[in-house]
Design a protein around this ligand. Structure first.
Ligand SMILES: *Cc1c(COP(=O)(O)O)cnc(C)c1O
Length: 376
């Protein structure tokens, strides 16, 4: 018997442990420690940005980025339905109207064309995530946003390390965000970052992160903020991990291409694209669709994997179908067939931290279930 294979194993090494231990020993713990600034500087330079603002999660990064734009209930925000709730939270809390667009059937990402058709005079923000390691149409969307004067947030939580014709993910839009959750390309346990080239926005984001403190008189507040600071311990781990981003991406991509070669033969599974528009998939996760011909859902497939000691996760549940929309008065939504199909038929299997032998074991189980049904 083999042990259970989890869907992801965070990658940490002795240098990470030493970096964190060094901070603990030195009494550098809070978000005011210099190591936070060092981590920000390194990530700003990696993503070719002027400013980086470290926070305590990718969701907090999105919350602050959206908050900084001061949307009102008259404003509309365009975002794909096939993404995580973090992209939507602050939009709803500000009372702005989300305009959900569908994603491409092959790349699972949003295209510039579908964003273009959703733009009108009320559009005040476009949010574009890169999904599962493939790039969204971010160059064209950036051009579109610039030409219309609409702010753009690039959600690069899953895209760190993507290179888009020489430009790093994280370098697009008014602001970009990163996540350092334990299953992301690099991790700080929990953590995130906002990236921007706009000095005024950077200043505002720093104040929003830190209780709305201003630089003139401590404890006098002319705006409200949050405590979303990143701790020194997280930043120390991140700084150590960030030295390995490129190695990590290379390794993760090789895991993805390994799965592609192992799973090629199945006609009932729909594999992810290995590249899109000349940009290589970095396989943040390795996901696939269970085709409709197979008389069972992704859920059945996951249970069958679980019985074989293999972890998996379902794809995102479409945002335009989230029950919480009702509480904000946005219950009536269009049908978005691709997002709905992916939510129903997509799953991802262990990749981050797996060995070649584990992937062979997983692929064998996947093919076995695809060929013989989920019941055995
Ligand atoms: C992980 C993720 C986030 C949120 O990051 P957390 O650090 O988990 O809050 C946001 N957007 C996308 C696309 C993500 O995958």
């Amino acid at each position: 018997m083999h042990g259970f294979i989890p869907v992801s194993k965070p990658l940490t090494n002795a240098a990470d442990v030493a970096a964190v231990a060094h901070l603990v020993e030195g009494g550098w713990l809070s978000g005011d420690a210099p190591v936070v600034g060092e981590f920000e500087d390194l990530m700003a330079s990696y993503t070719n940005r002027r400013f980086a603002i470290a926070v305590n999660s990718g969701t907090s990064a999105l919350d602050l980025a959206i908050e900084s734009l001061q949307l009102t209930s008259r404003d509309e925000v365009i975002l794909p339905s096939f993404t995580i709730i973090s992209c939507l939270n602050a939009v709803l809390r500000r009372g702005a109207k989300p305009i959900f667009v569908d994603v491409d059937s092959d790349t699972w990402n949003v295209s510039a064309e579908s964003i273009a058709t959703a733009i009108n005079s009320r559009t005040k923000l476009i949010i574009v995530p890169h999904i599962y390691g493939l790039p969204a149409d971010i160059e064209k969307i950036e051009q579109l946003a610039l030409s219309q004067g609409i702010p753009l947030i690039e959600d690069s939580a899953e895209g760190l390390g993507l290179s888009i014709r020489g430009r790093p993910a994280g370098s697009f839009g008014t602001m970009a965000i990163l996540s350092f959750y334990a299953n992301k390309v690099i991790t700080t346990g929990e953590g995130g970052m906002i990236l921007t080239d706009d000095a005024d926005l950077a200043d505002k984001l720093k104040r929003l992160r830190n209780l709305g403190f201003n630089s003139h008189r401590r404890f006098v507040h002319d705006m409200l903020g949050w405590n979303f600071r990143m701790s020194a311990l997280s930043a120390g781990l991140g700084l150590s991990q960030a030295k390995r981003i490129d190695d990590q991406v290379t390794l993760q991509r090789s895991r993805g291409t390994h799965y592609q070669s192992l799973l090629r033969e199945s006609s009932v599974l729909r594999m992810p694209l290995d590249s899109h528009d000349g940009v290589e998939n970095i396989y943040w996760v390795f996901g696939f669709e269970v085709r409709a011909e197979l008389q069972f859902s992704a859920r059945d497939f996951m249970s069958a994997l679980d019985r074989r000691g293999i972890g998996s996760r379902p794809f995102f549940y479409p945002l335009h179908r989230q029950p919480v929309l009702k509480d904000y008065g946005f219950e009536v939504q269009p049908t978005l067939p691709v997002a709905e199909r992916l939510g129903e038929r997509g799953l991802y299997i262990p990749s981050l931290g797996t060995t070649a032998m584990e992937r062979e074991q997983v692929a064998k189980a996947v093919l076995d279930i695809a060929n013989s049904g989920p019941k055995n």
